[in-house]
Design a protein around this ligand. Structure first.
Ligand code: AMP
Ligand code: MG
Length: 333
């Protein structure tokens, strides 16, 4: 009898220890960290949940700073600044810049030239880079356009050569690329779930902790009260928005915004007010959202028919919503 009681008590103790361990690991598993930063001209917020969320969060913070320092076009110590002041000489660059230059060529071809990182002389001319915005003379726009075009950017080995006078700006792809790099860090730390929000660039990492899909809000660009148009339900996806209302100025009753048509050197005006792209990669979604705003809804439809590796939610200048069938878009009632 005594033997049986001892056996029972030992079993109970073991169960308690195992139970305690499970509770402890669950507490550890639910560790939750929020990283906030101001970088790439935008407020960033990354919510991470997982056993090593805190460790991952520290590395994510470093990654945001690292890419900002590398890619900021207006920091005199950045790699992009060095390239833009290289006077036609081949310049050895980091793996990140090399990769971004290569995929920028790819995305330029894919979008029939609508995505063009060499548009910097044009955006500068309009004053978007300094904040001193103005409507330039048509002749100045023609001159600036002579300095643009992806053929001015050569990639060879580990070096980049920019033709004299040409300048690049990764502003239309950098945040998307950063979200991909952050997702890579979360992979390394086996993070359970995360929501990466880099201004208009959102990346949902896995599903929510309870296994349900994330609900990503899509702004109503034509409303003045920051209200939402609706949401997309997604997991493991980048949701990236470009819009005419993100940065603009008004002159003599007309609005001029920050996304330019590489063919004309004037603000893109293809009938869309806002373009949201949903895809596996942040860099891809970012490049496409800019390009679709430049080229319009027919372009989005035909590119999707060709590739079928993204979804879209578009808002026309008149406020009509055009969402691809599998976008997961739900209009707010
Ligand atoms: P996004 O908000 O991602 O659409 O990026 C817009 C930013 O990219 C602008 O503020 C410019 O710095 C730059 N940009 C403007 N037009 C283009 C273009 N056609 N292709 C690539 N980058 C552009
Ligand atoms: Mg973009």
């Amino acid at each position: 009898m005594k033997k049986k009681t001892t056996y029972f008590l030992s079993l109970l103790a073991i169960l308690f220890i195992i139970g305690g361990y499970i509770v402890y690991s669950n507490v550890k598993a639910s560790q939750s960290v929020i990283i906030t930063a101001f970088a790439m001209d935008t407020y960033m917020r990354v919510e991470i949940q997982g056993k090593d969320a805190s460790k991952a969060g520290t590395i994510v913070e470093e990654e945001i700073k690292r890419l900002e320092n590398l890619l900021a076009v207006n920091r005199t110590d950045s790699e992009v600044y060095a390239l833009n002041h290289s006077f036609g000489k081949a310049t050895k660059v980091s793996e990140d810049t090399l990769h971004l230059a290569k995929i920028s060529h790819e995305y330029s071809q894919l979008t029939d030239g609508a995505f063009d990182i060499t548009m910097y002389p044009v955006t500068s001319l309009w004053g978007f880079t300094t904040g001193q915005t103005r409507v330039p003379e048509a002749s100045s726009i023609e001159e600036a356009l002579l300095l643009t075009g992806m053929e001015k950017l050569f990639v060879e080995g580990e070096s980049i050569t920019l033709s004299e006078g040409a300048e690049i700006d990764f502003g239309a792809i950098a945040k998307g690329y950063l979200s991909d790099c952050i997702a890579g860090i979360l992979d390394n730390y086996r993070i359970a779930t995360a929501l990466i929000n880099l201004g208009g660039n959102v990346y949902t990492y896995h599903t929510k902790a309870d296994g349900s899909l994330y609900n990503v809000g899509i702004e109503n660009p034509l409303a003045s009260d920051n209200s939402l148009l609706g949401t997309v339900k997604v997991s493991d996806k980048a949701v990236v928005t470009s819009g005419k209302n993100k940065r603009f100025f008004e002159k003599e009753g007309r609005k001029y915004w920050h996304i330019f048509d590489p063919d004309t050197g004037t603000p893109a005006d293809a009938g869309l007010f806002q373009a949201t792209i949903i895809a596996d990669s942040g860099a891809y979604a970012d490049a496409l959202s800019t390009a679709v705003l430049v080229r319009g809804s027919d372009f989005a439809r035909s590119l999707k028919a060709k590739r079928n590796d993204f979804e879209y939610v578009l808002v026309t200048d008149e406020g009509e919503i055009i969402a691809s069938e599998l976008s997961g878009f739900e209009k707010l009632k």
